[in-house]
Design a protein around this ligand. Structure first.
Ligand code: ATP
Ligand code: MG
Length: 335
């Protein structure tokens, strides 16, 4: 395994930039789809305002972080500053209101890990999950979106990686593989560590944005229009970055001892986080630190079986990027 660690990039890599860009472009949702999402959002805002005038609705997840595929469901968070709300009662009330407004398949899932109301809008065909006061997800959505505005290569890389993960079925947390959120963080981290760097570390800069959520201070530099030239000294292109990303996760990452951290823009030791042994169901076989909930390892869903699946898929991808004659097709061949 380690013999391959310093594998050089193939010298015809730039031939594959155009095909990978074509894949990327085919994955971007059309403007009319985004318009439909806004339309549904406006309708929901209206309904909610009638019952809870002080509540606010936020989009989060892939429909708002700029890493969404076409036909994605939308994730909505209803934020209400009221200490003694009963979430279940509120969700049931919300379900009632939505049902009377002709929204379909309305279901309140009050016992789920994250309680939600599900619905489908027959006008736009969009499905939607609404949760209550999951403000941290709204804030980490903004962080991802802000990173995407700094350098276009993040969105390109993350779309390719997400598409690969979905095609190869390693984007299924209930089966012990990683969430889309984790993959996007891995891409951000990879671009922070390029030399010269393609992305900065926003949480290490003088903060211009600050909120407090459940006693977690979320602060970072969000004036990202000022950073639009940040990565310009690095000329790496999409095919090179896809190659480098998979090469890193296949051969160079130290799974036994390290944690990738977007918060610090660096690689941390498992020891300093006390993530060296299994605690309950958290095994820490691949460690990705949440940028705000720093005690939270996004790799904790990975177990001793799925870590093998994951690493074999990273190696397969690295080999394809290294030598396959048609990597922009082969990479995404269904599992
Ligand atoms: P997809 O296109 O696969 O639906 P997604 O961006 O919606 O991608 P999910 O992994 O479904 O990604 O997560 C939705 C949102 O929920 C994320 O953007 C993030 O804000 C939040 N989230 C998901 N998983 C976690 C987690 N383990 N910890 C904290 N927040 C999370
Ligand atoms: Mg989602």
């Amino acid at each position: 395994r380690m013999a391959n660690k310093y594998m050089a990039c193939r010298n015809d890599i730039h031939r594959y930039d155009a095909p990978f860009m074509a894949v990327y472009k085919s994955l971007i949702p059309a403007e009319e789809e985004l318009e439909k999402q806004r339309q549904l959002m406006a309708q929901l805002e209206n309904l909610v305002a009638k019952e809870w005038p002080h509540a606010k609705l936020y989009l989060y997840g892939s429909c708002a972080n700029s890493f969404g595929f076409p036909k994605s469901d939308i994730d909505v968070c209803l934020a209400i500053e009221d200490d003694d709300i009963n979430k279940s009662e509120m969700l049931l009330k919300l379900a009632d209101i939505l049902q009377s407004d002709n929204l379909q398949n309305v279901q309140a899932l009050t016992r789920a890990r994250v309680p939600i109301v599900k619905l489908m809008d027959p006008v736009t065909g969009i499905s939607c999950d609404i949760c209550i006061n999951n403000v941290l997800a709204v804030v980490n959505t903004k962080l991802l979106r802000d990173y995407a505005r700094i350098d276009a290569r993040l969105r390109q890389l993350a779309f390719i990686v997400k598409h690969w993960a979905k095609s190869r079925r390693v984007n299924e947390t209930y089966q012990g593989t990683l969430s889309s959120y984790a993959y996007v963080l891995m891409c951000i981290h990879y671009l922070q560590l390029r030399r010269p760097p393609i992305l900065p570390c926003l949480q290490e800069m003088d903060p211009t944005y600050s909120v407090r959520v459940n006693n977690i201070r979320c602060v970072y530099f969000d004036n990202v229009e000022r950073l639009s030239n940040f990565g310009s000294n690095n000329r790496e292109t999409i095919a090179e970055l896809v190659w480098g990303f998979f090469n890193y996760w296949a051969y160079a990452h130290d799974y036994s001892n390290t944690v990738v951290s977007v918060r610090t823009g660096s690689i941390l030791g498992k020891r300093e986080k006390d993530w060296t042994r299994r605690v309950g169901n958290d095994r820490h076989l691949i460690c990705i630190e949440d940028p705000f909930e720093t005690s939270h390892d996004l790799g904790r869903v990975v177990d001793k079986f799925s870590i093998r699946v994951l690493r074999e898929e990273f190696e397969r991808a690295a080999k394809i990027m290294h030598q396959d004659p048609n990597p922009s097709a082969k990479l995404f061949e269904p599992y």
